[in-house]
Write a protein that binds this ligand. Structure first.
Ligand code: ADP
Ligand code: ZN
Length: 323
C-alpha cells in the first residue's frame, strides 16, 4: 500500500530553504538548498525545483512545509497558509502556500518549523517512543513545537510560547530586552541576539564562567517549568545555536529542579537527565519532519516504518547540500 507515492517536503528557514522529494520509505530522491532572499526569488526557485522533479518522476502525493513564522494555520482563516507578522524584511504577509499552489498541484500542508522538527525528532531522534513532548529551539528566536498525543499541536493558530513573560533572573534586573513587540519577553531576554545585546558580544564568545550562562539557564528553566505545568510532556528537547554550549543542559536541569520546588510527586521524581535533553535527529530533522507530514497528508498515517537507514539517507544528503 502507498508503495509508489512521491512526497515533497520543504523546510523554510530565515537563511535557507531546503526542498526534497522522497519515496514512500522516506528515502530522499532529489533535493535542493536555496538561500532565503526575496519571497519571489526563493519560492520561485522552490517551485522550479518541484516542477523539474515532477516532470521527470510524476506527481507528488502531497507536499508539506515546515516554516519560520508566525504563520496563519487555521484552515478557515482568510489568510490561511501565509507568513504573517514576521520581523524578517520583505516576508510579512507572504502567501506561502498560495505561491506554491500556483505551480504545484498536490495536497499541501503547513506547520511551524519547530513542529516539523519535533516530528523529525519523534521518528529518528530524542522523541522516539514518546507521544507528548516539547521541542524548543533557542537561536535567533525562541520557538516551541509541541507533539501532543503523537501529533503536532494545532488550535486556533500555533502557540507562540517563545514570547511568554517570566520573572527576571537574579542579576538581570535592568536589560530592556530585544523583542520588537514585547521588549523583555522570553525571546527578548534569552535568544542569541538578546545575549549579544546584553553582553556586547556573541554568546559563543562568552567564557564558560561568564554570569550570562546562569541568567540564560534561569530563563530556559523558567520556560521548561511553564511547559511542565501546562503540557506535562514526557520530555523537553532543547536545541538551537545557544544550546551548542553543552554546559547549558546541566544548568537548566538544576535550575528547573529548583523551580519545580518538589511540587507533585510525578514532577518531583522526574529524572532530569532524561527529561531535558539535546536533539539527536541531525540538522535535517525539520526536513525529515516535513516529509513525514507529507506522508501523513497523503495517507492519513504517520510513516512509523521509516527506518534508521532511510534517516541516514535523509541526513547525509542535506549535509552535502549544506557544503
Ligand atoms: P537560527 O535560529 O537562525 O536558525 P541558530 O539556531 O544557529 O540559528 O542560532 C543562532 C544563535 O545561536 C546566534 O545568536 C548565535 O550567537 C548563537 N550561537 C551559535 N553558536 C553558539 C554557541 N556555541 N554557544 C552559544 N550560542 C551560540
Ligand atoms: Zn516577544
Amino acid at each position: 500500500m502507498h508503495d509508489d507515492i512521491l512526497l515533497g517536503g520543504i523546510e523554510a528557514g530565515g537563511t535557507k530553504v531546503l526542498c526534497a522529494v522522497a519515496d514512500h520509505d522516506g528515502t530522499v530522491l532529489d533535493e535542493i538548498r536555496i538561500p532565503t532572499t526575496t519571497p519571489a526569488e526563493t519560492l520561485g526557485s522552490a517551485s522550479a525545483f518541484f516542477d523539474a522533479v515532477t516532470d521527470e518522476r510524476g506527481p507528488l502525493a502531497a507536499l508539506a512545509v515546515g516554516s519560520f513564522g508566525p504563520l496563519s494555520l487555521n484552515p478557515v482563516a482568510s489568510d490561511y497558509g501565509a507568513i504573517t507578522s514576521t520581523p524578517k524584511p520583505g516576508w510579512q504577509d507572504v502567501d506561502l502556500l498560495g505561491h506554491l499552489r500556483r505551480t504545484i498541484s498536490a495536497p499541501m500542508s503547513l506547520d511551524t518549523d519547530v513542529n516539523a522538527a519535533a516530528v523529525g525528532e519523534r521518528l529518528f531522534g530524542s522523541g522516539q517512543g514518546l507521544d507528548t513532548f516539547c521541542y524548543v529551539t533557542v537561536g535567533t528566536g525562541i520557538g516551541v513545537g509541541l507533539l501532543v498525543n503523537g501529533a503536532p499541536h494545532g488550535g486556533a493558530n500555533h502557540p507562540e510560547t517563545g514570547h511568554i513573560r517570566l520573572p527576571r533572573a537574579p542579576g538581570d534586573e535592568s536589560f530592556a530586552g530585544t523583542c520588537p513587540y514585547h521588549g523583555d519577553c522570553l525571546e527578548g531576554l534569552a535568544s542569541g541576539p538578546a545575549m549579544k545585546a546584553r553582553w556586547g558580544q556573541p554568546a559563543e564568545t562568552l567564557s564558560p564562567d561568564h554570569p550570562g550562562w546562569d541568567i540564560e539557564a534561569d530563563y530556559l528553566a523558567g520556560l521548561c517549568a511553564t511547559l511542565t505545568y501546562t503540557v506535562r510532556p514526557d520530555r523537553i528537547i532543547l536545541g538551537g545555536g545557544v544550546m551548542q554550549n553543552p554546559a547549558m543542559y546541566g544548568r537548566v536541569r538544576r535550575s528547573l529542579l529548583a523551580k519545580l520546588a518538589g511540587y507533585d510527586a510525578s514532577m518531583r521524581n522526574l529524572d532530569m537527565d532524561e527529561y531535558v535533553v539535546a536533539p539527536s535527529a541531525g540538522p535535517s530533522a525539520g526536513l525529515t519532519g516535513a516529509l513525514a507530514l507529507a506522508y501523513r497528508t497523503a495517507t492519513r498515517q504517520w510513516p512509523m516504518h521509516w527506518t534508521v537507514t532511510s534517516r541516514g539517507d535523509l541526513q547525509a544528503r542535506p549535509e552535502t547540500i549544506n557544503a
